[in-house]
Structure formats: C-alpha cells, structure tokens
Design a protein around this ligand. Structure first.
Ligand code: PLP
Length: 282
C-alpha cells in the first residue's frame, strides 16, 4: 500500500473519440500523478472528423457527482470543461461554493476552461450559456484558460498580437477570475507560442516553441488538466501554469494521427521514456 495521492476533479463532457473532454483530463491527471475524479456534464458523439451531437446529463446528476466525491474523497483542485447549458453552469457554480471550490469556496483552486466549440467549429455550448460563464463561473475561478476564439466570444477582444493579448487578459480579469491565461498558440504566423498569464498586478509571459502539427485535438483540455493537477499538488498558479505548459508542449510534440481528421495530443511520453509506442514489431 502506498500513500494516498492528491485528488483532482474534472467537471466536463465525455469525448467518445477519447482525445478531449474527461478522457483527456483523466489521462492527464494520471500522467501528472494525481487521482482523477469526474462529474460528467454531457456525452458527446464524436470522432476525429467532428462532433455529431451531444446530450446533457440531468443537472441534479452533475451536482450529485460533485458532492459525492467531495464529501468522501476530498478535492484538492478542480477544473471545468464542457458544461453545455446555462442551467448546468449555474448549478455547478452553486455546488462549487457549497463544496469549497474556487473563490466562492475559498479552499481548493478552480480552473475554468470555458469550452464553447471544438476545433472543427462544432458547438459544445448552448448559445444562451455564454453569459452564465461570464457571470456565474468566472467570478469563482482561480484561473481561466480560454483559447482565442473563446476570448473573442467572452470579451469581444480579437487577439492578433502582444498588445491585444494584454487587452484580452485585462478584459477577462474584469469578469472576476483571480488569474487569466491568454494562450498565444493559435496566433497565425507566430514561430513561438507565447502565453500571457496575468492577475492584474503580475504579467508573466510564457514562451515556448510552436510545433507544426495538425493533430492538436484535446490540447486545451490537456493544458488546463495539467495545470489543475499541479495546483492539486500544491504549486502556486505561476508555477502550475509553467509546469502545465512544459507538459502540453511535449504532448503536442508527440501527438499522433488517428482516424481521418484531427488526432489527439498525447501524454504517453510521460509513462514510457521511449515515447509513444508504435505498432508491435512483426
Ligand atoms: N469534446 C469535448 C467533450 C471537449 O471538452 C472538447 C474541448 O474541450 C472538445 C470536444 C474539443 O476539443 P478540441 O477543440 O481540442 O478538438
């Protein structure tokens, strides 16, 4: 028997293709050495070519999952991903307060990844739910991690360069999270991937290489999950985000093709020193 590891809870949707959502979060939690727990919010029907549809889980089942794991196993850090509807967002926010997650709960850090759409442009959030993310979830968040499309949807700021990246961080912070991470990975033409982490007082630029790959499915989830795992292990936000960025860089570098569309980023390297296993030798 060994010591109980730290615990992390993901409140998110299922990706039947296994590359994003709770599947990505769980494998990331595992690879980062924390025990992962789930509150499933929606079940998507998807493969590498796109999301064919989704069904949300009844709201009382979502909140019951949160309460049940928190009361027995404890939650050292949590993240939200796909929340699907305004009703689920409101209930998750209220339950986060109740079980001590995020700013309202004042105990375990809460990372909010405001998932709105897939890389293929398929909606993962009902339209009326954006306002609930702004007003219910952001004020409770320790850290928010939108991609550039989500930044535009939530704040109206179009990020095209370092100046607008700073404006975006300020606009996100006005919605109430303690910290905002504005990712630069999707800025076209940039040879580097410079992310900006800000709490309004500190502005930390995180510079890394940009890997040229089509296979980045689940990248946003994996970064947010890795940061959540490092927060669960007790790191501060700056250190957790740096460690999360180092983790996702390697996962993007080792992403693999799967199916006819966009393949997933991969944390296999963390488990096997020789990297992603290929097919068995014949
Ligand atoms: N499916 C689920 C359940 C997700 O949570 C997400 C992203 O968070 C996606 C699909 C889309 O992932 P991507 O945009 O990396 O393809």
């Amino acid at each position: 028997m060994t010591e109980t590891p730290r615990t992390a809870l993901t409140i998110a949707g299922s990706d039947s293709g296994g590359g994003a959502g709770i599947q990505a979060d769980l494998r990331t939690f595992f690879a980062c050495g924390v025990h992962g727990m789930t509150a499933v919010t929606a079940v998507t029907v998807q493969n590498s070519l796109g999301v064919h549809g989704f069904t949300e889980i009844p709201v009382e089942v979502v909140t019951a999952q949160m309460r049940t794991v928190a009361s027995d196993m404890g939650v050292d850090a949590a993240k939200t991903g796909m929340l699907a509807t305004a009703e689920i967002i409101r209930a998750v926010a209220a339950t986060a307060d109740e079980i001590g997650l995020g700013a309202g709960g004042e105990s375990a850090p809460l990372v909010v990844d405001p998932v709105a759409a897939s890389m293929h442009g398929d909606a993962l959030l009902r339209e009326e739910a954006l306002e609930a993310i702004r007003t219910e979830l952001f004020p409770r968040a320790t850290l928010v991690t939108p991609n550039l499309d989500e930044v535009r949807l939530l704040t109206g700021v179009e990020v095209t360069d370092a100046d607008s990246q700073r404006d975006a961080a300020d606009a996100l912070l006005e919605l109430g999270p303690r910290w905002a991470l504005v990712k630069g990975g999707h800025l076209d033409g940039s040879p580097r991937c410079v992310d900006l982490l800000s709490d309004g007082t500190h502005r930390i630029e995180l510079d890394g290489p940009r890997h040229d790959t089509a296979h980045t499915h689940g990248g946003g989830d994996t970064l947010a999950a890795a940061v959540t795992a490092f927060l669960a292990k007790g790191l501060g936000v700056g250190d957790a985000v740096s460690a999360g960025k180092a983790f996702i860089e390697r996962c993007v570098a080792e992403s693999y093709p799967l199916g006819g569309g966009i393949g997933p980023v991969s944390p296999f390297w963390r488990l096997a020193p020789e990297g992603t296993p290929g097919p068995p030798a014949s």
